[in-house]
Write a protein that binds this ligand. Structure first.
Ligand code: 5GP
Length: 208
């Protein structure tokens, strides 16, 4: 199932509001053989978020101390907060032959491509700029200022979509989930599926 006894490392990125977490959670429910890496962040927990489940919530001083000590496989500042992936957990799972999925931003993905060149990266696009904004507002848990900042940042994230091995559009949820599961299955079987690069949609999202 895994290459040379080592697990596969999947990296999934998307602009905030593309539905990445919902898709990833559904993928993990369908594919229990993939371990989701729980990141560290300096962001405050949203209502309902639990320390150690969605994230390890830490203060900036301890994050910076751990980053300097090399605790993180990658780390980046996103929307004004620091986020990082535990090197020990990810490398431990991969060495034990388990597949690992990182839900991180494009900056983290770029660092992972350098340190783990065998990783498989997937970028999730929203079907349109209007739908991205509707989904961001629909979440209802972020302040207007946070939503505005995330909308502005989404174009910066989408501009890096072409760096990813696979690009998929989260229009109809079930279709996007099938496509994501299909990518995982193909990688595990040593196949490289042909998927669209969605050039026209990326151009439209960047022009919006
Ligand atoms: P949120 O605060 O909405 O959960 O996440 C904001 C952004 O930070 C998302 O794009 C998410 O993928 C990214 N992110 C979450 N964890 C990490 C991480 O460990 N490293 C990096 N580079 N980005 C992360």
């Amino acid at each position: 199932m895994s290459r040379g006894g080592k697990g596969f490392l999947f990296v999934v990125a998307a602009p905030s509001g593309a539905g990445k977490s919902t898709l990833v959670n559904a993928l993990l429910a369908r594919e229990p053989g993939i371990a989701l890496s729980i990141s560290h962040t300096t962001r405050a927990p949203r209502p309902g978020e639990v320390d150690g489940r969605q994230y390890f919530f830490v203060d900036r001083a301890s994050f910076e101390r751990e980053a300097a000590a090399g605790v993180f496989l990658e780390h980046a500042e996103v929307h004004g907060n620091l986020y990082g992936t535990s090197r020990r957990v990810v490398q431990g799972e991969l060495a034990a032959g388990r597949d690992v999925l990182l839900e991180i931003d494009w900056q983290g993905a770029a660092q992972i491509r350098r340190s783990e060149p065998a990783c498989v990266s997937v970028f999730i696009l929203p079907p349109s700029a209007a739908e991205l904004e509707r989904r961001l507002r629909g979440r209802g848990s972020d302040s207007e200022a946070v939503i505005e900042r995330r909308l502005a940042n989404s174009r910066g994230e989408i501009a890096h979509a072409h760096e990813f091995d696979f690009i998929l559009v989260n229009d109809r949820f079930e279709d996007a989930l099938d496509e994501l599961a299909g990518i995982v299955e193909a990688v595990r079987e040593g196949r490289r599926p042909q998927v669209s690069r969605h050039e026209d949609l990326i151009r439209a999202l960047l022009a919006s």
